[in-house]
Ligand binder design. Structure first.
Ligand code: ADP
Length: 267
């Protein structure tokens, strides 16, 4: 009987190992597939702006003397814009890598979100030049415990998206409100909004709703970086479609800095 049991046990183990091998092979194949999809996507995002830069620089070199000043300026503008895009993409990739390796250690100190939102608006002035912007952040909001550099980057990414995905001359709004535990910063636009099925997935790396849209060039990294940064600071980020009008609204929830006395207590 013991021998029979041992045989059966050996068989069962063999079968489990077989299943495990198949699973492992399937996982390895899936990881390979993901890795090559990622590489394709990254190479495309690097190659497209580089090709534009090379093209513009080559034309400038070959036809410099026969060109009008306007043509030269156009080509130079292409070089600057595409270099900025490349720069932003590489910065995003580095941020992603730092996040994933756990090397991102937020330096969280008490701040007023209004100050940081103001900084993000100033940094985005060029991108937002064709939109109206409104900021309504109450002056008596409690302070939040955040890394100012990371939060400014998050709000900048959200403003950048709002400008990219909403029509010129429409309004982009930043609001700040609070409950007993959190401050909420919202960035709302008047664009097309986000298809409900995509609302959760837009925070995934490289996920884009409007693929191949050349006008609204992007990398699909902005929102995943936002989520990574916000969560590293103990907050949360979510997206919804506005109910009051068309457009998307992104809400960043941040922890209140509890150890900071309220302004009233200081008087
Ligand atoms: P990117 O903008 O570079 O594509 P993101 O991670 O910032 O990457 O955004 C992912 C996707 O979410 C975008 O491709 C876009 O389809 C959608 N999205 C983001 N912000 C908005 C917005 N304000 N309105 C509509 N769609 C948006």
């Amino acid at each position: 009987l013991l021998d029979a049991l041992a045989d059966q046990a050996a068989l069962a183990i063999e079968r489990i190992q077989l299943v495990a091998d198949v699973d492992r092979a399937r996982l390895a194949a899936e990881a390979d597939r993901l890795r090559s999809a990622l590489l394709t996507s990254i190479s495309h995002d690097l190659k497209t702006p580089l090709a534009a830069i090379l093209g513009a620089a080559g034309t400038l070199r070959d036809y410099l003397d026969s060109m009008t000043a306007d043509d030269r300026l156009d080509l130079l503008a292409t070089i600057v814009d595409e270099s900025e895009r490349l720069h932003r993409f590489i910065a995003n990739l580095l941020d992603m890598t730092r996040l994933e390796s756990g090397a991102m250690e937020p330096n969280a100190t008490p701040h007023f979100v209004g100050d940081i939102a103001g900084g993000a608006l100033r940094r985005g002035a060029k991108i937002l030049a064709h939109h109206k912007t409104e900021m309504t952040v109450a002056s008596d909001l409690p302070m939040v415990r955040v890394d100012a550099v990371l939060l400014e980057q998050v709000l900048f990414n959200l403003l950048d998206n709002a400008a990219k995905y909403s029509p010129e001359s429409s309004t982009i709004t930043i609001t700040g409100r609070a409950n007993a535990y959190n401050v909420f910063v919202e960035v709302s636009d008047e664009g097309q909004g986000i298809p409900p099925a995509d609302l959760e997935r837009i925070f995934d790396s490289f996920y884009r709703v409007r693929k191949g849209d050349q006008v609204r060039a992007g990398t699909g990294l902005g929102l995943s970086i936002c989520r990574g940064f916000v969560e590293a600071m103990g907050g949360a980020i979510s997206a919804e479609n506005r109910s009051d009008r068309c457009g998307a609204r992104f809400t960043v929830q941040l922890p209140i800095a509890n150890d900071i006395p309220k302004l009233d207590d200081l008087k």
